[in-house]
Design a protein around this ligand. Structure first.
Ligand SMILES: [Zn+2]
Length: 641
């Protein structure tokens, strides 16, 4: 569309110029404007931006006149005629007609944002522009030497070269979750809320990802994270293997394994790390390091005997043996394994024997493994210089400057919800604290690092029907992003923030501005909750399906809803405090667990290569953005050859 508009203007300008040349061939040196021949006539064209007084929809200003003082320029006093060739635009309007918009602060702020984003993009992609010093505040200042072409090439390369990559995945963090979390975070900070922005919403580049799996309209985390980590979309439930696999059939795996961004970074000599508040063997983190025909094969006891006999390995074992597995797949490489691993899921690493329980075990027998292997001690044997920690005190004692291998398993299953962290037996670090510690350890490597950070429990809280839990975990996730952003440099670190999929979670009704996001709908201009057609009040937030309404008071563990019967349909909320931590929103359709949704999720990015994030994309684009930004494939290949 842009191209068509521009060429329309170009044609119009040519038409004008043609008029001016009537009787003036510029050969005799006489007057050039009044129709006689002349060499000193000058016609200049100035591009007019949108919002210009003469051409509200942009256009070109054409000045003509005589260069009387022969300075080679058409000075202001020398202009004898001015014409405007205006772009018609969608509607013909004058500035007066749209003055209410043009003078509006929101409108102006929006224009500024767009102009800024566009110039950032232009600076990033244009080598010619790059050769000049960057005038724009947020652009990097680079001192370059040599001629203009070399400078341009150097700068282009710099701009697309990320030394470090941090991929943040909010599991289940659909668009409605981001919006509601933004409002809650703003309201927690004393604002009305809607105007607030989470850390990653301030990133200069954003786009959308289509989340479907190859065989599923509504996806799961295994297929979606595989897409993000490998650049290849695959089937639901499958980890690190392409769609030629038959889920759960070990015999169909061979030859279909995918290489991930983490593996490429490892081969390229970067430090690598993974963090999750879920079990570290759960689908999202597993897709960074494992190849499994089924996401549920977290330890050997979860696998069918046929799969074990056919040679498939459980996900926990693959994490511990990552280094040797990767080295066995490529000849002549020597990698040092994943440097930072933190999350939950101890049960998959320990033998099914209470003798191996951790000091803060929940269950009588913490471990699940039926092969008697203790993968934690196996890791300690493989990395004698590494540190294993299981609680917050151990975590706090880690000195990141002198540590280059850290393994933290803080819970036998998933880690606590952010809102419930204080209730953990031995204490757990927050997602922000884990992110900070990981970056401090990983950045000891001059080659840079790849870090994946998952907030795994946004998803779980939605499944349990607790908006409070999901939004509180989303806010903590945004805090972790802010921490990472503050610790890294836009010059060398690409940060991508996204989600694997959304949930059937809605923000609805017509609540007034600043109405508590967890509250009941209070209409504009009113102080009392609005009543629905059934005579009862209703909440702004709700779920299409799930376990339904629960009033669990000040409970902070969203999973407490599983201890109660499913209770869907409309309830009288008149005397219920829906902003309480233990309130679970109503749901229409009874399901044992609320489900994922199939709509797009957001991608937010900053740093080298971030400009590649825009438009609506297949989710697998995320791998390609990271690869392009850091030359992962090329760097890994140069190590292999
Ligand atoms: Zn889920």
């Amino acid at each position: 569309m842009n191209k068509i508009r521009l060429s329309a203007i170009a044609l119009a300008v040519m038409g004008l110029s043609a008029c001016g040349s009537d009787g003036d061939d510029g050969q005799t040196g006489a007057n050039g404007v009044d129709g006689s021949d002349g060499k000193n006539s000058i016609v200049t064209q100035t591009v007019l931006q949108q919002g210009n007084a003469h051409c509200p929809n942009s256009g070109v200003k054409v000045d003509s006149g005589l260069d009387s003082n022969a300075n080679g320029q058409l000075d202001e006093t020398e202009i004898q005629a001015t014409n405007y060739v205006c772009e018609a635009g969608v509607t013909e309007v004058t500035n007066t007609q749209i003055a209410t918009s043009l003078n509006n602060d929101w409108f102006k702020a929006g224009q500024q944002t767009i102009t800024h984003a566009k110039s950032t993009w232009q600076n990033a992609v244009s080598a010619a522009a790059g050769a000049k010093a960057m005038s724009n505040n947020n652009a990097r200042i680079v001192t370059l030497s040599g001629d203009a072409n070399a400078q341009a090439a150097q700068l282009t390369e710099l701009k697309q070269q990320a030394k470090n990559i941090i991929l943040f995945v909010g599991d289940g963090m659909g668009i409605s979750t981001v919006t509601a979390a933004r409002i809650l975070d703003g309201q927690n900070k004393g604002k009305m809320g809607e105007e607030h922005q989470l850390s990653f919403e301030q990133f200069p580049f954003a786009g959308l990802a289509k989340t479907y799996n190859v065989d599923a309209q509504t996806p799961d985390s295994a297929g979606t994270m595989t897409a993000m980590m490998s650049g290849v979309k695959t089937d639901v439930g499958v980890i690190g293997i392409n769609e030629n696999i038959e889920r759960g059939n070990c015999a169909t795996q061979s030859g279909n394994e995918l290489v991930t961004a983490l593996e490429l970074a490892e081969i390229a000599g970067k430090s690598t790390g993974i963090i999750s508040t879920a079990r570290i063997t759960h689908a999202t983190p597993a897709a960074t390091y494992a190849k499994s025909p089924d996401r549920n094969w977290e330890d050997v006891s979860d696998m069918p005997q046929s799969a074990i006999d056919a040679g498939c390995t459980d996900i926990a074992t693959q994490l511990i043996e990552f280094e040797q597995h990767l080295e066995s797949r490529y000849s002549d490489i020597d990698v040092d394994g994943i440097d930072v691993v933190m999350g939950g899921g101890r049960r998959h690493f320990l033998p099914k024997d209470p003798a191996f329980n951790s000091p803060d075990a929940n269950s009588a027998t913490e471990g699940d493994r039926t092969d008697n292997r203790n993968l934690i001690t196996e890791w300690q044997t493989a990395y004698p210089q590494g540190h294993y920690v299981y609680d917050e005190a151990g975590f706090n004692a880690i000195n990141p400057d002198s540590t280059n291998k850290l393994f933290g398993l803080f819970n036998e299953s998933h880690m606590q919800y952010a809102a419930d962290r204080k209730n953990d037996i031995a204490g757990e670090p927050s997602l922000t604290a884990m992110t900070e510690k990981a970056i401090k350890i990983l950045d000891n490597n001059d080659q840079g690092f790849f870090l994946m950070v998952e907030s795994g429990r946004i998803d779980h809280s939605h499944h349990a029907g607790s908006a409070y839990g999901a939004l509180t975990d989303t806010i903590e996730f945004a805090n972790a992003v802010a921490k990472a952003d503050s610790m890294t440099d836009d010059d060398d670190t690409l940060i991508v923030v996204t989600a694997d999929h959304g949930h059937v979670f809605t923000i609805a009704g017509y609540p007034k501005r600043g109405n508590p996001i967890l509250g009941k709908v209070v209409n504009v201009g009113k102080d009392e909750p609005a009543l629905a057609e059934d005579g009862m009040p209703y909440t702004t937030l709700g779920y299409t399906n799930g376990r339904g309404f629960m009033d669990l008071g000040d409970e902070t563990n969203a999973d407490a809803s599983y201890d109660h019967d499913i209770n869907t349909g409309r309830k009288d909320l008149t005397n219920v405090d829906t902003t309480a931590t233990g309130f679970h929103q109503e749901a229409l359709i009874p399901k044992s667990s609320e489900t994922h949704s199939g709509e797009d999720v957001g991608i937010f990015a900053k740093g080298p290569g971030a400009f590649l994030v825009n438009g609506t994309n297949e989710q697998s684009i995320i791998f390609h953005v990271m690869d392009k930004a850091a030359n992962l494939v090329q760097q890994a290949n140069s190590q292999l050859n």
